[in-house]
Design a binder for this molecule. Structure first.
Ligand code: HEM
Ligand SMILES: *[C@@H]1O[C@H](CO)[C@@H](O)[C@H](O)[C@H]1NC(C)=O
Ligand SMILES: *[C@@H]1O[C@H](CO)[C@@H](O)[C@H](O)[C@H]1NC(C)=O
Ligand SMILES: *[C@@H]1O[C@H](CO)[C@@H](O)[C@H](O)[C@H]1NC(C)=O
Ligand SMILES: *[C@@H]1O[C@H](CO)[C@@H](O)[C@H](O)[C@H]1NC(C)=O
Length: 336
């Protein structure tokens, strides 16, 4: 009886992954979930178009670090260094308040049902669809992590300096192909990057003391003007020529030597990825199909660790006292 109790309490509070993901996971428990997410994203688009790009980026930074589990949304605590201040995220990830708004709306409609991990997946899809990109069916049923790891994020997330070879190797670890890599990089069709992310390529590519030779000279003059040596490195520039429209302009820009990040331009410079860049620059439909496919594959990544449905995406749910006693735990044993 006692073990039974613990079992029940454990199942209520924390469920063991991996979950089986499927479309329509909330059709009985929260039938309006997908509509609610899209409505909040529509409001975000009206308020600040860039916030859609910022939210869409969350899927990449969440899913690559121990699976799509919203670990990236957890604030730091005295006992846990979260992912928000990791190398690729600090002074860069933004628009967390949009996810908070989605969560608030969902908690009002169906309290305790929809995970923050699923919110990231739905909101990313909506960000693309609402800015002119493809729309697709998402699989749902993820759980939210009980912890986060700044160290894992530091070790995993790629630098804007990365070349195509390094990116191919990284994506391969997640069973994502060269095609997936190029298509998913097309996410940079929307949004902005900081001068901080391109200073080296403007002034000291690979320690050469010179700019990256792959940059088109006219475009380089523009970037030099945007980011002179003494610039506030938080200043931002557009990732492609049409930064609030999700289209294949990004690939046309790469073909023209007008990629913003080194990690973008390298996809055209290196022969392993050039073919896909050319293809997508000429065929937006093929890009859209490959992008949606890549997002679904990336959304399948799971850690296999136990999880929960957080009430607030920024913090792990509080544990009731009886859970701690019956499992012989103290508050300090828990990742909060
Ligand atoms: C292939 C490796 C990738 C690298 C090296 C990379 C790197 C970066 C960097 C350096 C920035 C600008 C950050 C800043 O300067 O503050 C950025 C922005 C962005 N990234 Fe990536 N990224 C990659 C792949 C992806 C993927 C797979 C997605 C989503 C599917 C994505 C979505 C975005 C978006 C939407 C922005 C603009 C965000 C905004 O405007 O706030 N990126 N990325
Ligand atoms: C690509 O980057 C990796 C890792 O930084 C480096 O070892 C390699 O030499 C680079 N490849 C080329 C062809 O520049
Ligand atoms: C990639 O696929 C292999 C073989 O199907 C599987 O064993 C492995 O767990 C997958 N890796 C990831 C990160 O999903
Ligand atoms: C360029 O990079 C190299 C190697 O990282 C470094 O030694 C050198 O001081 C840098 N030059 C400038 C002008 O920053
Ligand atoms: C960017 O802004 C943040 C916060 O406002 C500041 O702490 C940081 O030093 C700035 N970074 C750069 C590279 O100027």
């Amino acid at each position: 009886m006692f073990t039974m109790m613990i079992f029940i309490i454990n199942t209520i509070l924390v469920t063991s992954s991996p979950s089986i993901l499927r479309p329509g996971f909330y059709s009985k428990t929260c039938p309006k979930a997908e509509t609610i997410v899209r409505d909040v994203m529509k409001k975000a688009l009206l308020k600040e178009p860039r916030s859609l790009a910022s939210v869409m980026r969350f899927q990449f930074h969440d899913c690559f670090v121990n699976g799509c589990d919203a670990s990236m949304l957890l604030d730091d605590t005295p006992t846990m260094l979260g992912e928000k201040l990791a190398l690729s995220n600090i002074n860069s990830l933004r628009s967390f308040e949009v996810v908070d708004k989605v969560k608030e709306a969902l908690e009002k409609a169906c309290p305790g049902v929809v995970s923050c991990a699923d919110i990231i997946i739905m909101a990313s899809r909506d960000a693309v669809a609402l800015t002119g990109g493809p729309d697709w069916e998402v699989k749902l049923g993820r759980l939210d992590s009980l912890t986060a790891s700044q160290e894992d994020s530091n070790n995993i997330m790629p630098s804007p300096r990365a070349n195509a070879t390094a990116l191919i190797t990284l994506f391969k670890k997640y069973n994502l192909s060269v095609k997936d890599l190029v298509a998913l990089s097309g996410s940079h069709s929307i949004g902005q990057g900081r001068c901080f992310s391109i200073m080296f390529r403007l002034y000291n590519q690979s320690g050469s003391g010179k700019p990256d030779p792959a940059i088109d000279p006219h475009f380089r003059a523009e970037l030099d003007k945007l980011c002179p040596l003494d610039v506030d490195q938080n200043k931002t520039g557009n990732l492609d020529a049409t930064p609030v429209i999700f289209d294949n302009q990004y690939f046309k820009d790469l073909v023209g030597g007008r990629g913003f990040l080194n990690s973008d331009q390298t996809l055209y410079t290196f022969p392993q990825t050039r073919g896909f860049v050319k293809l997508y620059s000429e065929d937006q439909k093929k890009f859209f199909e490959a992008f949606a496919e890549g997002m679904v594959k990336m959304g399948d990544l799971q850690s296999g660790r136990p999880g929960e449905v957080r009430k607030n995406c920024r913090v792990v749910n509080p544990r009731p006292a009886h859970f701690l006693i019956e499992n012989n735990l103290q508050d300090s044993d828990l990742p909060m």
